[in-house]
Design a binder for this molecule. Structure first.
Ligand SMILES: Cc1cc2nc3c(=O)[nH]c(=O)nc-3n(C[C@H](O)[C@H](O)[C@H](O)COP(=O)(O)OP(=O)(O)OC[C@H]3O[C@@H](n4cnc5c(N)ncnc54)[C@H](O)[C@@H]3O)c2cc1C
Length: 381
């Protein structure tokens, strides 16, 4: 039986980028994937335009037990390296927000570029990895399509989110088998289910500030028929707390404003005044009081103002792994070398991408992490 230098488990963003690095080192490589096509998440990422990097990527944009773990890989394969790689493939791209890059035409351009770079590297599709063993110096990979052997293995099997694409926890099982700890997994970068709002707010969008634990998020919020979505809500799911405080008018002290309107606009109702600052339906939902503002006592105004500047929700539930863009948690980075991505518990076993306990913020940080960690694993395996 042929013994490959390296077998890569998973043909996603991180596995393919690992193969790019291995190709330059002229290693014999086999990539195994359960799907029928490469990098299926990349192909649908960024609404089909793939937000492939963010030049602001540093450890502060990553979450997990030890977010500083990303530093070495991000220094070895930087966002600017991704950008230059995209340019070298003549892929048309644009900067949607400062530092945040998308494909102009299609995310498929990124997939094609990865495939171009790995050239004739062998890929076995429709092959489900069932077990990995290392009885001696050689890894044995058991699949539903045969047994394969290699000197090194890169586990790049991704997270558990977007399960309809075909995902598995074989990466976690393998890591556990070799002694690694698994941080509990949960959905992240997804909508939030809450009973705090009415379904008739659905479709309203506005910039808000969200406080979750010690973290502050300034971004757009979208009301949905089951709760909240949009980038602000998505980003709130990066944190595990179930209690959030929304400021619907982050730049305005609403109590001050309402009090001054009491003298200047005494005959107006509070919803009438608020609708100059907030979408009308939201203003009515937050404060359905038809009285003239002049007739409302200051302590009542304070309660109304707090609903706008300090709206507390205690039943925050990330909608679920099925529709989450990423999986928080995963293989603990504790016993993995941040410089090489090699396991410190099993020689020649490497990890790359979302399978580890590293989750990037919304904005191109996750694909950058897949590329950086994949490239580093490929340089060392
Ligand atoms: C809808 C959506 C939009 C997104 N948009 C963006 C974006 O614009 N920018 C961004 O930075 N990030 C985005 N992300 C996140 C990003 O796509 C992922 O974080 C990244 O692709 C992870 O790469 P990976 O290589 O670690 O894992 P994956 O890409 O998930 O690859 C893992 C591979 O392993 C294979 N595999 C798993 N188990 C087995 C098994 N038992 N046998 C064989 N093969 C197996 C899978 O088939 C898969 O191909 C998005 C995610 C989703 C779902």
């Amino acid at each position: 039986m042929k013994i490959y230098d390296v077998i890569i488990l998973g043909a996603g963003a991180s596995g393919l980028m690992a193969a790019v690095a291995l190709k330059s080192r002229k290693k014999s490589v086999l990539i195994i994937d359960m799907g029928n096509a490469p990098a299926r998440k990349v192909a649908i990422s960024g609404g089909g335009k793939c937000n492939f990097t963010n030049t602001h990527a540093d450890y502060t944009h990553y979450f997990g037990k030890n977010s500083r773990f990303v530093m070495s890989a991000l220094a070895q394969y930087k966002p600017v390296d991704t950008l230059n790689w995209v340019k070298s493939h003549n892929i048309k791209f644009y900067e949607k927000e400062p530092g945040r890059y998308f494909c102009k035409n299609s995310a498929d351009d990124i997939v094609k570029a990865l495939l171009d770079d790995i050239g004739n590297t062998e890929i076995k599709y429709n092959t489900n990895i069932i077990d990995i063993e290392k009885p001696g110096n050689i890894f044995t990979i058991k699949t539903d399509n045969g047994i394969f052997q290699s000197h090194s293995v890169i586990v790049a099997t991704g997270g558990l989110s977007y399960s309809h694409l075909g995902v598995s926890n074989i990466g976690h099982i393998t890591a556990k088998k070799f002694g690694h700890k698994i941080e509990p997994v949960r959905p992240a970068l997804c909508a939030i289910k809450t009973g705090a709002f009415n379904a008739d707010l659905s479709g309203i969008s506005l910039p808000v500030q969200i406080k979750i634990g010690k973290n502050i998020i300034n971004d757009d919020l979208l009301f949905t028929h089951f709760g909240i979505g949009g980038p602000a809500a998505y980003r709130a799911t990066l944190f595990s707390e179930q209690n959030i405080i929304i400021n619907f008018a982050p730049n305005t002290d609403m109590f001050k404003l309402l009090k001054s309107n009491k003298t200047t606009n005494g005959k107006k109702s509070v919803p009438g005044i608020l609708s100059e600052y907030l979408p009308k339906n939201l203003a009515r939902f937050l404060c359905d009081d038809a009285r003239n503002i002049a007739d409302i006592r200051d302590n009542e105004l304070k309660i109304l103002a707090d609903k706008i500047n300090h709206f507390e929700i205690n039943d925050v539930h990330a909608i679920g792994l099925q529709s989450a863009e990423v999986t928080a948690g995963g293989i603990s980075t504790d016993k993995i070398s941040s410089k090489t991505m090699e396991s410190q518990l099993c020689e020649h076993l490497y990890f790359a991408g979302e399978v580890m306990d590293i989750t990037g913020d919304l904005g191109g940080y996750n694909i950058q992490w897949a590329f950086s960690s994949g490239y580093v694993a490929g340089l060392n395996a």
